[in-house]
Design a binder for this molecule. Structure first.
Ligand code: AHR
Length: 679
């Protein structure tokens, strides 16, 4: 890594000096970039840069959703995942996962412990999600449903420990022969990243345990079932225009049975039934057999999160298709859609089921308290509508089977909710026969947004900066719904969140911004990854059990999002060259609200580059501007848990002379120039 503190200095204050050096001090003549402030283009979409969330890489359980107990209700397919009996002489006589007289049918399994002799080892431990991250002095609510069996077990000892060190201990007292919820507060005496929870029996006999939870009090908004605040803060700091959820392929499932069903994710948290996560066994080299979805973070919480971070909610719904890379199972197109001669076997969901789920979702999000689904939202504590404006029909689907299902689906939504905007899929690749087929049909159908995905080498991003220059200016808009530069190859475990990828994405994003009349929304993917439990790389944000950091890619996204402005401004490169010529990339917008002109410049070159930015026809120009710069000599530069801010935007000031700015772009840099002025 050669991005030394000295280099940082150049990235910050020293940039201000180089930017005002006379032109003759530079080696090459400055390249003149003209921003046609007097020829403004279209409005920049309000929600242009957003977030893509998928429960991959332990993004939900073990990540954003801070429940510390894994498999808290013993309902995973293998009922003891995450749990272990304590070994030792004074241990249990036996244990069993039982379903005799459970708490409820929705929660039908529990753990029965039996001990003949009382002892400190008569119990079980839960390992958490690659351990439990707890902080010194912070408060954690421990809760459990317990029932006393034969014998005299009158309580439980609850210990939070790391190795042999006890961090906190509490007692649960007064057990009875009926299921009852007990709650105690735990306050660790030290911070630990890999703690575990130990439950031991007080007395001899049998005891039944279920819904064991250890939940931090410090959640976003201090909510009882709230989210991890450090991660939410990073999301909010992006100023995201929208939040796409819950994926991703997780929407599709490996089979239809395994698809994401939003209705199963709302209501009482303890009654939400877990399901295997489709990323559990997808990659042999990143095998994660303990990966499930508890749905503690469900659709209500996704809507709430969108509201909290100021993002438009964008749920993506299953269109009757399981992942086409896996089973490719299809729900039959229903009799309503296909005519009376196409009945489906009674036990199979038809497309009608999927359509009804979508219609009900709109009602859940927006409906009044008097409606069936609106009432459920109100009962969960959100009387106001979530103001859902758009939904995605299918994730990354392709081929005639998709179109066959998309059309009746879209028609049904529009018939009931004409104002709901629809996102349609262009498939997994940004070109090819399936892409062409979908794009052509979606345009014929006047689909509002076509969702394009590109996971490609960094050079693809630089070479395709002009991708949208030739797109039709009317009709369907583009949603760049999933993209990320892959340093080694698609889904390759060697992929890095390095500066080469991020800078190439920045270059490409100048093309998105220049075409903001065509590209309505864009989101990097995936969003979150646990450093000890990931399946896919690269990702926008990485975390462990205690902290989280934004990658260099995150800061590029943030710079675009925070500086997206309100109106596109045309940009001309030297000699009318195409954007990207000589690895120089540029776009510009006016931020009418702030009274600034904003120019974005990418210098993908190991040499500094002097530029003269001419703000043609600008009004009310100020004399000093503000630059936000990310620069690193070494394209392999990455942020990490140890160095979370190794490469982040640095601020500097520069002088504006008349209507021009002379500036020297640092090697391998992304620069945002904000100049006070109006169009
Ligand atoms: O982002 C990871 C996966 O890539 C998504 O789940 C899927 O939509 C795409 O193929």
């Amino acid at each position: 890594m050669t991005f030394s503190p000295a280099r940082r200095l150049l990235g910050a204050a020293a940039l201000a000096l180089t930017s005002i050096l006379p032109a003759h001090a530079q080696t090459a003549a400055p390249a003149t970039i003209t921003v046609q402030v007097n020829k403004p283009g279209a409005a920049v979409p309000k929600n242009m840069f957003g977030l893509f969330f998928e429960d991959i890489n332990f993004a939900a359980d073990g990540g954003l959703y801070p429940e510390l107990v894994k498999n808290k209700s013993f309902e995973y397919d293998d009922h003891l995942i995450g749990w272990k009996a304590i070994k030792g002489a004074a241990g249990l006589e036996s244990y069993v996962v039982s379903n005799s007289k459970p708490i409820s049918n929705a929660n039908s399994h529990f753990l029965r412990l039996s001990a003949k002799t009382a002892g400190p080892d008569a119990g079980f431990v839960n390992e958490g999600f690659r351990g439990m991250g707890v902080k010194e002095g912070a408060e954690y609510t421990f809760s459990i449903y317990a029932r006393k069996g034969a014998g005299n077990v009158n309580g439980l000892t609850v210990t939070l420990e790391e190795g042999s060190r006890s961090l906190a201990q509490s007692q649960v007292m007064g057990l009875t022969g009926e299921w009852k919820k007990y709650t105690v507060l735990m306050k660790p005496s030290a911070t630990a990243a890999k703690a575990r929870l130990k439950l031991t029996m007080n007395g001899v006999g049998a005891v039944d345990l279920d819904v064991v939870s250890l939940f931090p009090k410090d959640t976003w908004g201090k909510r009882e079932n709230g989210l991890r605040p450090d991660i939410v803060q990073l999301l909010k700091d992006m100023k995201p225009g929208f939040l796409r959820f819950p994926g991703g392929c997780i929407v599709e499932g490996m089979t239809l049975d395994n698809r994401y069903q939003w209705k199963e994710t709302i209501g009482d948290v303890a009654s939400r039934q877990p399901m295997i996560n489709r990323w559990n066994k997808e990659f042999k080299n990143r095998y994660t057999p303990d990966y499930y979805q508890s749905f503690g973070l469900g659709f209500f919480e996704y809507f709430q999160l969108s509201e909290d971070i100021g993002a438009e909610p964008l749920p993506i719904l299953n269109v009757g298709m399981a992942c086409q890379y896996n089973s490719a199972e299809l729900a039959p197109v229903s009799s309503t859609a296909k005519g009376p001669n196409a009945p489906a076997p009674a036990d199979e969901p038809t497309l009608d089921t999927f359509i009804q789920d979508a219609l009900d979702l709109v009602e859940f999000a927006n409906g009044p308290a008097t409606s069936t689904w609106g009432a459920k939202r109100v009962a969960m504590g959100h009387p106001a509508p979530f103001n859902l404006k758009m939904i995605g029909i299918g994730n990354e689907q392709w081929g005639p089977q998709y179109l066959e299902r998309y059309e009746p689906f879209a028609k049904a939504i529009k018939a009931k909710y004409p104002n709901i905007q629809l996102v349609s899929s262009a498939g997994p690749s940004p070109d090819g026969a399936n892409f062409d087929l979908a794009t052509k049909r979606m345009r014929e159908l006047n689909a509002e947004y076509i969702d394009e995905h590109y996971y490609a080498k960094p050079e693809w991003f630089r070479q395709n900066v002009g991708r949208y220059d030739s797109y039709p200016r009317t009709g369907s808009k583009i949603f760049a719904g999933e993209y990320a530069a892959q340093s080694a190859g698609i889904a390759n475990t060697e992929n890095k969140n390095n500066w080469d990828c991020a800078l190439s994405e920045a270059a490409f994003m100048t093309g998105l911004e220049r075409n903001a009349d065509v590209v309505a929304m864009a989101s990097y993917a995936p969003m979150l990854a646990h450093v000890d439990a990931w399946q896919w790389t690269p990702n926008l944000i990485w975390f462990d059990n205690l902290s989280a950091y934004g990658t260099v890619n995150y800061y590029v996204q943030q710079l675009f999002s925070q500086n997206k402005g309100t109106t596109m401004l045309p940009v001309q490169l030297p000699g009318g060259a195409k954007n990207g010529t000589d690895n120089l990339f540029a776009s510009a917008v006016a931020d009418d609200a702030a009274g600034d002109l904003v120019v974005k410049l990418v210098n993908y070159s190991s040499a500094p580059r002097a530029v003269t930015v001419s703000l043609a026809g600008a009004k009310k120009l100020g004399k000093a501007g503000r630059a936000l710069v990310m620069a690193a000599d070494d394209l392999n530069t990455q942020n990490s848990l140890k160095e979370p801010r190794k490469l982040v935007p640095q601020e500097a000031n520069f002088v504006v002379k008349g209507s021009t700015v002379s500036y020297t772009l640092a090697p391998n840099s992304f620069t945002v120039l904000r100049v006070p002025g109006r169009r």
